[in-house]
Write a protein that binds this ligand. Structure first.
Ligand SMILES: Nc1ncnc2c1ncn2[C@@H]1O[C@H](COP(=O)(O)OP(=O)(O)OP(=O)(O)O)[C@@H](O)[C@H]1O
Length: 824
């Protein structure tokens, strides 16, 4: 990997460490002489030491960037809060009575009081760019591919890349290594103007989110390539986040039929732990990291209700100020974390009359009205008066940039975490792309990093995704840029299937169906009554139509009855894969009586469920918990007390373990000692046995050698004796002296004696045979003296006659060599 470009102030105008050069080729772009809120942040941050720590903005009162073309502060003052606005039921006339934005924690406000609709959106909060025809004419969630764009950061050094329409490739002069590779994307963007970037890469996704689809927009690229500039921008060039917020309000203004609850959260993933950027300073949640509790749901995470662009800006400023940034070798204000700004959009149809507004959830069969407590990740807005609630999340993500080791140790450590999570993101995207291409379902390692775990539901398909891959066009950054382009290519292949999520008001729906059934039944009865009279008057064709109409009425009644039975078990009507199948199978041939019975049974089931809910509620109430509206200090105190109790319990547990540990350790040491001794003994014993075995082997070897020697001697002796006999010496000897007949055992004894003598002499002499002729002559024929069993051996011995003849002389000579008293 080639090293990243070292900022050279004289050549690179976009080097983060210094402002844009006026001599730059892009200097004609509009730039404000007054420092923006963001640039003031930059100045403040620039003085930060290498310590990457949480910090806050010095001044929160400074406004965020405004989108050019939108009414400025002066224009906005004409639509200020004191101008009476039409009252929308359930929405305050003016926002002034609302608590300050920092107090807009979603758990503390009544959602019905903070709704935003077309009538209470301030004109100044609205983007003037949004086109109504475009807005209504598109299904913003229909795309099943990730929208992938590449943004080339401007440079006044040589740009190594060449853009042609939707294609980008390395300039031919530099394309030796990656010869001629062309990359195709949905958009290739250049320049410093953030407006076209927003329009082409983010607007449709923001509208999809407003339409009820989850949407994710993120910037990916090497450090200092312009991700933060693209997402947040500066005062002159507001980025995707501020522009999308304007479009959110523009959308609401142009959708008078619906009302919205907007809540936002801001978090960062720093060194693989998630931090809530909106957590109040000093609160327990500031030090506590946020957990992913499944399906991308985060807890505890502060969510603040926003009702105007001003409140969004306040939240953004607060969160942005808490982000971890630090000066690196490449970027003066480098993001050291992945930051995620999330806007949860809940909406439902506006009620038509004031009557419906006062709608209260019907009491349970037991007579008690039970408010539904919001579940983690679930909607806050309640489906009322038959109006379902649509929920979607818009996530705007500024990823930290991939980088190499810097001169600073802490930065290098952060860089490792950043690179690892980006690598995991790459692997996850790669697997998803391959699964989509080959129609496979291979395991996707979402759990390998917090970032991918958090993005799992979106990357798995239930979101519209737009990725802006930012590249540094300098020659020295070609390797990193190529890797970014390869990532962009992979993510292009990921398949999406975004679905809307809607929660319906089942009670109201059932009531509506019931009414319709009654109505249809009445119509049916009416028709049936007039049937005989009418049918006489009707033609055959009309009669056929009539019977068809009645059949239709019947089937509609059956259909509605089925819906009543199933809607009680189904919360989400459209496109949620968690939607359960109806547990009740309706037989369309059932009689109305049977259907009524079914209905009764289902009602009973409902009552049982309600009782269960009541007992759960009682259990919940029994918990020592502060009321929701308790002051923050009381909550903090409770948390502190509980933390203290936990700490005390931990100390007790530790002490218990320590006390219990001592005797256990002693026992363990004793047992260990005993077994170590036993083991040593066993080892010694084994060594001895091995020694003994080795000695035995040695002895055996020796014995074997001796046996071989003896055997040779015996053979030699046998040969000698046969020779001796063949020379007739045996007869001579027997004629001279009459030898006694061998007695049983006598020959053996003699032989044994002789053998013994021979053995002892064999050990002292070189020759295997030593014969004293004096003794030979005076003794009986050796053959006669041989023990009987030895005879058989002699007879069995097969001598090769030739060998024997040839070698006998030699052998005899050898054997008798030096024995002059023997005939040759
Ligand atoms: N398209 C652009 N036009 C003008 N200036 C740009 C552009 N892109 C980036 N810059 C400037 O380059 C510098 C680095 O950009 P930025 O901080 O957005 O990079 P980054 O990719 O977010 O880096 P990091 O990953 O380190 O946070 C900033 O000073 C920014 O203003």
């Amino acid at each position: 990997m080639a090293p990243p470009p070292t900022p050279k102030p004289s050549r690179i105008p976009f080097t983060p460490k210094r402002p844009l050069s006026s001599a730059s080729q892009y200097s004609e772009l509009p730039r404000s002489s007054t420092p923006s809120a963001m640039s003031s942040i930059k100045k403040f941050k620039a003085s930060l030491s290498a310590e990457s720590r949480t910090h806050r903005l010095l001044s929160r009162s400074k406004p965020l960037n405004t989108v050019p073309g939108s009414p400025g502060p002066a224009a906005r003052s004409t639509t200020s809060l004191d101008v009476p606005r039409p009252k929308t039921p359930g929405t305050p006339r003016s926002r002034s009575p609302l608590p300050a934005t920092s107090e807009m924690d979603v758990s503390r406000v009544d959602p019905e009081e903070v709704l935003v609709d077309a009538q209470n959106v301030e004109p100044g909060d609205v983007s003037g760019d949004i086109d109504e025809a475009w807005l209504t004419g598109k299904d913003h969630g229909s795309e099943d591919k990730v929208l992938v764009s590449v943004r080339i950061r401007p440079t006044d050094t040589t740009c190594a890349w060449e853009k042609a329409g939707q294609t980008i490739k390395l300039q031919s002069d530099y394309s030796k290594s990656v010869a001629g590779t062309e990359y195709n994307f949905d958009e290739i963007l250049t320049g410093s103007d953030n407006k076209p970037v927003y329009n082409s890469v983010a607007r449709s996704h923001v509208c999809a989110a407003m339409d009820g689809y989850n949407a994710v927009i993120f910037a990916y690229g090497q450090t200092a390539s312009g991700k933060t500039f693209t997402l947040s921008g500066d005062q002159d060039q507001p980025g995707i986040i501020p522009r999308s917020m304007k479009d959110v309000f523009a959308y609401i203004r142009r959708t008078p039929t619906r009302e919205y609850l907007l809540r936002c959260s801001y978090l960062e993933i720093y060194n693989e732990s998630i931090h809530d950027l909106l957590a109040p300073p000093g609160s327990a949640s500031t030090s506590q990291s946020v957990q992913i509790i499944g399906n991308g749901i985060l807890s505890p995470l502060r969510e603040e209700v926003v009702t105007s662009l001003k409140s969004v800006k306040e939240v953004l400023e607060r969160g942005y100020g808490n982000r971890r940034t630090a000066s690196t070798d490449w970027n003066e204000r480098s993001s050291r974390s992945h930051s995620v700004f999330r806007l949860v959009i809940e909406s439902r149809e506006r009620s038509g009359s004031g009557e419906e507004e006062s709608y209260v959830a019907p009491p349970t069969p037991s007579g008690r009205s039970t408010p539904v407590a919001p579940s983690a990740g679930g909607p806050r807005l309640q489906a009322r008066g038959g109006r379902s609630v649509q929920t979607s999340v818009l996530s705007l993500i500024d990823l930290a940039g991939s980088e190499r080791a810097t001169s600073d140790k802490e930065r290098t450590r952060e860089g490792k975490y950043i690179n690892t999570s980006l690598l995991t993101l790459g692997t996850v995207i790669g697997t998803l792309a391959e699964n989509a291409a080959k129609n496979k379902a291979d395991h996707v390692p979402f759990r390998n990093s917090k970032l991918t775990r958090m993005l799992q539901p979106s990357l798995s398909g239930n979101a519209r995704i737009s990725v802006i891959c930012t590249i540094n066009p300098d020659l020295s950054a070609v390797t990193e840029s190529t890797s970014t382009l390869l990532f962009a290519q992979r993510i292009k292949k990921v398949q999406l299937n975004a679905q809307k999520k809607e929660v319906v008001d089942t009670d109201a729906l059932i009531e509506r169906y019931r009414k319709e059934i009654e109505d249809l039944k009445a119509r049916l009865a009416e028709r049936e009554q007039s049937e005989p009279v009418r049918s006489r008057r009707l033609s055959a064709r009309e009669q056929k139509d009539e019977s068809k109409a009645m059949k239709d009425l019947n089937s509609r009644i059956q259909q509605l009855t089925k819906l009543i039975l199933t809607s009680q078990t189904v919360d989400e009507t459209r496109g949620d894969d968690s939607r359960p199948n109806s547990p009740v199978k309706v037989d369309f041939d059932m009689s109305p009586y049977q259907l009524q019975q079914e209905l009764l049974a289902t009602r009973r089931e409902l009552e049982t469920r309600s009782n269960q809910i009541l007992s759960l509620e009682a259990a919940l109430e029994a918990r020592p918990e502060l009321p929701v509206d308790a002051p923050e200090s009381a909550k903090d105190q409770l948390i502190a007390e509980q933390s203290k109790t936990i700490r005390e319990l931990e100390i007790v547990v530790r002490g218990y373990e320590d006390n219990l540990g001592e005797p256990l350790r002693a026992v363990r040491e004793d047992v260990e000692k005993e077994w170590v001794d036993k083991f040593d003994k066993e080892v010694k014993l084994r060594e001895q046995k091995e020694e003994w075995a080795a000695e035995l082997v040695r002895q055996l070897e020796k014995e074997k050698k001796t046996r071989i020697k003896l055997e040779e001697e015996r053979r030699a002796l046998a040969a000698f004796v046969s020779k001796f006999d063949s020379l007739g010496l045996g007869g001579l000897m027997s004629s001279k002296k009459k030898l006694p007949m061998p007695t049983p055992g006598g020959a053996a004894a003699a032989f044994a004696e002789r053998q013994q003598n021979k053995e002892s002499s064999a050990l002292t002499a070189d020759s295997p045979v030593k014969i004293e002729m004096s003794r030979v002559r005076g003794q009986p024929n050796l053959l006669e003296q041989m023990p009987e069993d030895e005879w058989s051996m002699v007879e069995d011995m097969s001598f090769d006659e030739k060998d024997f003849k040839a070698g006998s002389k030699l052998r005899t000579k050898d054997m008798l060599g030096g024995k002059e008293n023997l005939p040759a």
